[in-house]
Design a protein around this ligand. Structure first.
Ligand code: NAP
Length: 283
Protein backbone atom coordinates (compact mmCIF):
# COMPACT_ATOMS: atom_id res chain seq x y z
CA UNK A 1 0.00 0.00 0.00
CA UNK A 2 1.33 3.46 -0.86
CA UNK A 3 2.29 5.73 2.04
CA UNK A 4 -0.04 8.51 3.16
CA UNK A 5 1.22 11.83 1.87
CA UNK A 6 1.97 14.56 4.42
CA UNK A 7 1.14 17.67 2.41
CA UNK A 8 3.21 20.50 3.88
CA UNK A 9 1.93 23.04 1.39
CA UNK A 10 -1.71 22.52 2.41
CA UNK A 11 -0.88 22.43 6.12
CA UNK A 12 1.19 25.62 5.82
CA UNK A 13 -1.76 27.42 4.22
CA UNK A 14 -3.91 26.24 7.14
CA UNK A 15 -1.36 27.45 9.71
CA UNK A 16 -1.16 30.88 8.06
CA UNK A 17 -4.96 31.17 7.92
CA UNK A 18 -5.19 30.23 11.60
CA UNK A 19 -2.78 33.06 12.46
CA UNK A 20 -5.00 35.76 11.00
CA UNK A 21 -7.23 36.21 14.09
CA UNK A 22 -4.12 36.59 16.29
CA UNK A 23 -2.75 39.25 13.92
CA UNK A 24 -6.10 41.06 14.00
CA UNK A 25 -6.21 40.89 17.80
CA UNK A 26 -2.72 42.41 17.95
CA UNK A 27 -3.75 45.14 15.48
CA UNK A 28 -6.68 45.96 17.76
CA UNK A 29 -4.12 46.54 20.53
CA UNK A 30 -2.14 48.81 18.23
CA UNK A 31 0.63 46.30 17.56
CA UNK A 32 1.26 45.19 14.01
CA UNK A 33 3.75 42.29 13.91
CA UNK A 34 6.90 43.25 12.00
CA UNK A 35 9.62 41.02 10.55
CA UNK A 36 13.00 42.30 9.35
CA UNK A 37 14.84 40.03 6.91
CA UNK A 38 18.56 40.48 6.36
CA UNK A 39 19.89 39.23 3.07
CA UNK A 40 23.59 39.51 2.25
CA UNK A 41 25.07 38.45 -1.06
CA UNK A 42 23.61 37.20 -4.30
CA UNK A 43 22.82 33.53 -3.71
CA UNK A 44 19.76 33.00 -5.97
CA UNK A 45 18.17 30.37 -3.66
CA UNK A 46 18.45 32.75 -0.68
CA UNK A 47 16.67 35.46 -2.66
CA UNK A 48 13.82 33.02 -3.44
CA UNK A 49 13.56 31.92 0.22
CA UNK A 50 13.43 35.49 1.50
CA UNK A 51 10.86 36.46 -1.12
CA UNK A 52 8.65 33.54 -0.02
CA UNK A 53 8.97 34.58 3.62
CA UNK A 54 8.08 38.21 2.87
CA UNK A 55 5.10 37.10 0.77
CA UNK A 56 3.81 34.79 3.52
CA UNK A 57 3.97 37.70 5.99
CA UNK A 58 2.16 40.09 3.65
CA UNK A 59 -0.62 37.57 3.11
CA UNK A 60 -1.77 37.69 6.74
CA UNK A 61 -0.96 41.31 7.59
CA UNK A 62 2.47 40.89 9.15
CA UNK A 63 4.63 43.85 8.12
CA UNK A 64 7.97 42.89 6.61
CA UNK A 65 11.07 44.83 5.66
CA UNK A 66 13.99 43.59 3.61
CA UNK A 67 17.53 44.72 4.45
CA UNK A 68 19.68 43.83 1.49
CA UNK A 69 23.49 43.96 1.40
CA UNK A 70 26.08 43.19 -1.26
CA UNK A 71 28.30 40.10 -1.05
CA UNK A 72 31.18 42.30 0.14
CA UNK A 73 29.31 43.76 3.14
CA UNK A 74 31.47 44.20 6.22
CA UNK A 75 30.63 42.40 9.43
CA UNK A 76 30.60 45.74 11.24
CA UNK A 77 27.92 47.07 8.89
CA UNK A 78 25.74 44.00 9.43
CA UNK A 79 26.18 44.11 13.20
CA UNK A 80 25.30 47.78 13.24
CA UNK A 81 22.11 47.15 11.28
CA UNK A 82 21.14 44.29 13.58
CA UNK A 83 21.73 46.49 16.64
CA UNK A 84 19.38 49.10 15.14
CA UNK A 85 16.70 46.47 14.46
CA UNK A 86 17.07 45.11 18.01
CA UNK A 87 16.20 48.60 19.28
CA UNK A 88 13.35 49.24 16.81
CA UNK A 89 9.98 48.69 18.58
CA UNK A 90 8.21 48.16 15.23
CA UNK A 91 10.39 45.12 14.53
CA UNK A 92 9.39 42.02 16.49
CA UNK A 93 11.30 39.41 14.54
CA UNK A 94 14.70 39.43 12.83
CA UNK A 95 15.94 36.79 10.46
CA UNK A 96 19.40 36.54 8.94
CA UNK A 97 19.17 34.49 5.78
CA UNK A 98 21.85 31.79 5.61
CA UNK A 99 24.32 31.12 4.15
CA UNK A 100 26.15 34.37 4.75
CA UNK A 101 29.08 35.33 2.50
CA UNK A 102 32.16 33.29 3.49
CA UNK A 103 34.18 36.19 4.92
CA UNK A 104 31.59 36.80 7.66
CA UNK A 105 31.54 35.01 11.01
CA UNK A 106 28.04 33.51 10.97
CA UNK A 107 28.09 32.64 14.66
CA UNK A 108 28.90 36.22 15.63
CA UNK A 109 26.22 37.64 13.35
CA UNK A 110 23.52 35.28 14.65
CA UNK A 111 24.57 35.95 18.24
CA UNK A 112 23.97 39.68 17.66
CA UNK A 113 20.24 39.17 17.12
CA UNK A 114 18.29 39.83 20.32
CA UNK A 115 17.06 36.44 21.64
CA UNK A 116 13.62 38.04 22.10
CA UNK A 117 13.48 38.78 18.35
CA UNK A 118 15.21 35.60 17.20
CA UNK A 119 12.24 34.16 15.30
CA UNK A 120 14.51 31.70 13.48
CA UNK A 121 15.43 30.15 16.83
CA UNK A 122 19.15 30.10 15.95
CA UNK A 123 20.45 32.08 18.94
CA UNK A 124 22.36 30.02 21.51
CA UNK A 125 19.95 31.19 24.22
CA UNK A 126 16.94 29.83 22.32
CA UNK A 127 18.70 26.57 21.49
CA UNK A 128 19.63 26.33 25.17
CA UNK A 129 16.02 26.85 26.25
CA UNK A 130 14.94 24.06 23.91
CA UNK A 131 17.68 21.81 25.32
CA UNK A 132 16.39 22.52 28.82
CA UNK A 133 12.86 21.59 27.73
CA UNK A 134 11.44 25.11 28.05
CA UNK A 135 11.52 26.36 24.44
CA UNK A 136 10.77 29.97 23.45
CA UNK A 137 11.52 30.20 19.72
CA UNK A 138 12.23 26.87 18.05
CA UNK A 139 14.06 26.74 14.72
CA UNK A 140 11.40 26.89 12.02
CA UNK A 141 12.28 23.79 10.02
CA UNK A 142 12.21 21.29 12.90
CA UNK A 143 9.17 23.06 14.37
CA UNK A 144 7.46 22.62 11.01
CA UNK A 145 8.37 18.94 10.88
CA UNK A 146 6.89 18.38 14.35
CA UNK A 147 3.68 20.13 13.28
CA UNK A 148 3.50 17.86 10.23
CA UNK A 149 3.93 14.75 12.39
CA UNK A 150 1.23 15.90 14.79
CA UNK A 151 -1.15 16.83 12.00
CA UNK A 152 -0.73 13.39 10.43
CA UNK A 153 -1.28 11.73 13.80
CA UNK A 154 2.10 9.98 13.81
CA UNK A 155 2.74 8.50 17.27
CA UNK A 156 6.00 9.66 18.86
CA UNK A 157 6.03 8.67 22.54
CA UNK A 158 8.04 5.51 23.04
CA UNK A 159 8.86 5.26 19.31
CA UNK A 160 12.31 5.21 17.81
CA UNK A 161 13.08 8.37 15.85
CA UNK A 162 16.20 8.57 13.70
CA UNK A 163 17.41 11.98 12.54
CA UNK A 164 19.99 12.06 9.75
CA UNK A 165 21.94 15.32 10.19
CA UNK A 166 23.25 17.14 13.26
CA UNK A 167 23.35 20.80 12.28
CA UNK A 168 22.38 23.36 14.92
CA UNK A 169 19.55 24.66 12.75
CA UNK A 170 17.91 21.39 11.71
CA UNK A 171 19.25 18.07 13.03
CA UNK A 172 19.97 18.93 16.68
CA UNK A 173 16.80 20.93 17.40
CA UNK A 174 14.80 18.25 15.55
CA UNK A 175 16.25 15.57 17.82
CA UNK A 176 15.54 17.69 20.90
CA UNK A 177 11.92 18.25 19.87
CA UNK A 178 11.40 14.53 19.33
CA UNK A 179 13.05 13.78 22.65
CA UNK A 180 10.75 16.27 24.33
CA UNK A 181 7.84 14.29 22.89
CA UNK A 182 9.17 11.11 24.50
CA UNK A 183 10.58 9.49 21.39
CA UNK A 184 13.84 7.55 21.73
CA UNK A 185 16.15 9.44 19.42
CA UNK A 186 19.20 8.44 17.40
CA UNK A 187 21.15 11.19 15.64
CA UNK A 188 23.19 10.17 12.59
CA UNK A 189 25.83 12.14 10.72
CA UNK A 190 28.54 11.72 8.12
CA UNK A 191 30.73 9.62 10.42
CA UNK A 192 27.93 7.26 11.47
CA UNK A 193 28.70 3.66 10.63
CA UNK A 194 25.77 1.34 9.86
CA UNK A 195 23.55 4.26 8.82
CA UNK A 196 21.22 2.06 6.75
CA UNK A 197 20.83 -0.39 9.63
CA UNK A 198 19.96 2.39 12.09
CA UNK A 199 17.58 4.07 9.65
CA UNK A 200 15.78 0.77 9.15
CA UNK A 201 15.02 0.64 12.89
CA UNK A 202 13.23 3.99 12.80
CA UNK A 203 9.51 4.41 13.36
CA UNK A 204 10.08 8.03 12.40
CA UNK A 205 12.90 8.89 10.03
CA UNK A 206 13.84 12.52 9.42
CA UNK A 207 16.36 13.00 6.61
CA UNK A 208 18.26 16.29 6.83
CA UNK A 209 21.65 15.60 5.28
CA UNK A 210 21.38 17.50 2.01
CA UNK A 211 22.39 14.40 0.02
CA UNK A 212 20.01 13.87 -2.90
CA UNK A 213 18.13 10.55 -2.79
CA UNK A 214 20.39 9.03 -0.11
CA UNK A 215 17.45 7.33 1.63
CA UNK A 216 16.20 4.43 -0.45
CA UNK A 217 13.48 1.89 0.30
CA UNK A 218 15.99 -0.57 1.82
CA UNK A 219 16.67 1.98 4.59
CA UNK A 220 13.02 2.25 5.62
CA UNK A 221 11.06 0.05 7.98
CA UNK A 222 7.67 -0.90 6.53
CA UNK A 223 5.02 1.49 7.87
CA UNK A 224 7.52 4.07 9.14
CA UNK A 225 6.99 7.81 8.80
CA UNK A 226 9.60 9.42 6.55
CA UNK A 227 10.07 13.18 6.55
CA UNK A 228 12.34 14.66 3.92
CA UNK A 229 13.99 17.93 4.93
CA UNK A 230 16.70 17.82 2.26
CA UNK A 231 16.63 20.34 -0.53
CA UNK A 232 19.46 20.17 -3.03
CA UNK A 233 19.69 21.43 -6.58
CA UNK A 234 20.62 18.70 -9.03
CA UNK A 235 22.78 19.33 -12.11
CA UNK A 236 19.67 19.98 -14.21
CA UNK A 237 18.49 22.65 -11.75
CA UNK A 238 15.70 20.58 -10.20
CA UNK A 239 15.00 20.46 -6.48
CA UNK A 240 15.79 17.10 -4.91
CA UNK A 241 15.12 15.79 -1.44
CA UNK A 242 17.24 13.30 0.50
CA UNK A 243 14.59 10.62 0.05
CA UNK A 244 13.94 8.55 -3.04
CA UNK A 245 10.24 9.34 -2.96
CA UNK A 246 9.19 6.93 -5.72
CA UNK A 247 10.53 3.80 -4.01
CA UNK A 248 10.20 4.83 -0.35
CA UNK A 249 6.49 5.61 -0.71
CA UNK A 250 5.85 1.93 -1.48
CA UNK A 251 7.31 0.93 1.93
CA UNK A 252 6.62 3.83 4.31
CA UNK A 253 3.40 4.47 6.20
CA UNK A 254 3.67 8.26 5.76
CA UNK A 255 5.93 10.36 3.58
CA UNK A 256 6.47 14.06 2.91
CA UNK A 257 7.35 15.22 -0.60
CA UNK A 258 9.97 17.67 -1.89
CA UNK A 259 8.87 20.21 -2.96
CA UNK A 260 5.61 20.81 -1.11
CA UNK A 261 6.64 19.25 2.20
CA UNK A 262 8.88 20.78 4.86
CA UNK A 263 9.77 23.93 2.86
CA UNK A 264 6.36 25.67 3.09
CA UNK A 265 6.07 24.64 6.75
CA UNK A 266 9.39 26.33 7.54
CA UNK A 267 7.98 29.60 6.21
CA UNK A 268 4.69 29.18 8.08
CA UNK A 269 6.55 28.58 11.36
CA UNK A 270 8.55 31.75 10.81
CA UNK A 271 5.37 33.76 10.48
CA UNK A 272 3.96 32.04 13.58
CA UNK A 273 7.12 32.82 15.56
CA UNK A 274 6.90 36.47 14.48
CA UNK A 275 3.31 36.70 15.71
CA UNK A 276 4.35 35.05 18.99
CA UNK A 277 7.30 37.42 19.36
CA UNK A 278 4.87 40.33 19.03
CA UNK A 279 2.58 38.84 21.66
CA UNK A 280 5.53 38.25 24.00
CA UNK A 281 6.70 41.84 23.51
CA UNK A 282 3.38 43.02 24.94
CA UNK A 283 3.24 40.55 27.80
P1 NAP B 1 24.29 21.00 7.03
O1 NAP B 1 24.61 22.06 8.00
O2 NAP B 1 25.13 20.83 5.81
O3 NAP B 1 24.23 19.63 7.81
C1 NAP B 1 24.09 18.42 7.15
C2 NAP B 1 24.20 17.30 8.15
O4 NAP B 1 24.04 16.06 7.45
C3 NAP B 1 25.53 17.24 8.86
O5 NAP B 1 25.33 16.95 10.22
C4 NAP B 1 26.26 16.10 8.16
O6 NAP B 1 27.14 15.38 9.01
C5 NAP B 1 25.11 15.20 7.76
N1 NAP B 1 25.46 14.39 6.59
C6 NAP B 1 25.96 14.82 5.43
N2 NAP B 1 26.15 13.77 4.60
C7 NAP B 1 25.77 12.68 5.28
C8 NAP B 1 25.75 11.29 4.97
N3 NAP B 1 26.16 10.83 3.80
N4 NAP B 1 25.31 10.43 5.91
C9 NAP B 1 24.88 10.89 7.11
N5 NAP B 1 24.88 12.19 7.45
C10 NAP B 1 25.31 13.06 6.55
O7 NAP B 1 22.82 21.18 6.45
P2 NAP B 1 21.48 21.73 7.17
O8 NAP B 1 21.49 23.20 7.20
O9 NAP B 1 21.25 20.97 8.42
O10 NAP B 1 20.40 21.29 6.08
C11 NAP B 1 20.23 19.93 5.74
C12 NAP B 1 19.37 19.83 4.48
O11 NAP B 1 18.10 20.39 4.78
C13 NAP B 1 19.92 20.61 3.29
O12 NAP B 1 19.55 19.94 2.10
C14 NAP B 1 19.16 21.92 3.37
O13 NAP B 1 19.04 22.55 2.11
C15 NAP B 1 17.83 21.42 3.85
N6 NAP B 1 17.04 22.45 4.54
C16 NAP B 1 15.76 22.58 4.14
C17 NAP B 1 14.97 23.50 4.76
C18 NAP B 1 13.55 23.61 4.32
O14 NAP B 1 12.89 24.55 4.71
N7 NAP B 1 13.03 22.68 3.54
C19 NAP B 1 15.46 24.31 5.79
C20 NAP B 1 16.77 24.12 6.21
C21 NAP B 1 17.56 23.17 5.57
P3 NAP B 1 28.46 16.04 9.68
O15 NAP B 1 27.94 16.87 10.83
O16 NAP B 1 29.25 14.86 10.14
O17 NAP B 1 29.11 16.84 8.61
Amino acid sequence: MAARLIDGKALAAQVRAQLKPAVEALAARGARPGLAAILAGDDPASHVYVRNKVRACDEIGVRSELHQFGADVSEAALLERIAGLNRDPAVHGILVQLPLPAHLDGERVLAAVSPAKDVDGFHAENLGLLTRGTPRFVACTPAGVLRMLDHAGVPLAGRHAVVIGRSSIVGKPMALLLLQRDATVTICHSKTSRLAELARQADVLVAAAGRPLMVGAVMVKPGACVIDVGTSRTADGKLSGDVDFATVRTVAGWISPVPGGVGPMTVAMLVENTVRATELSLA
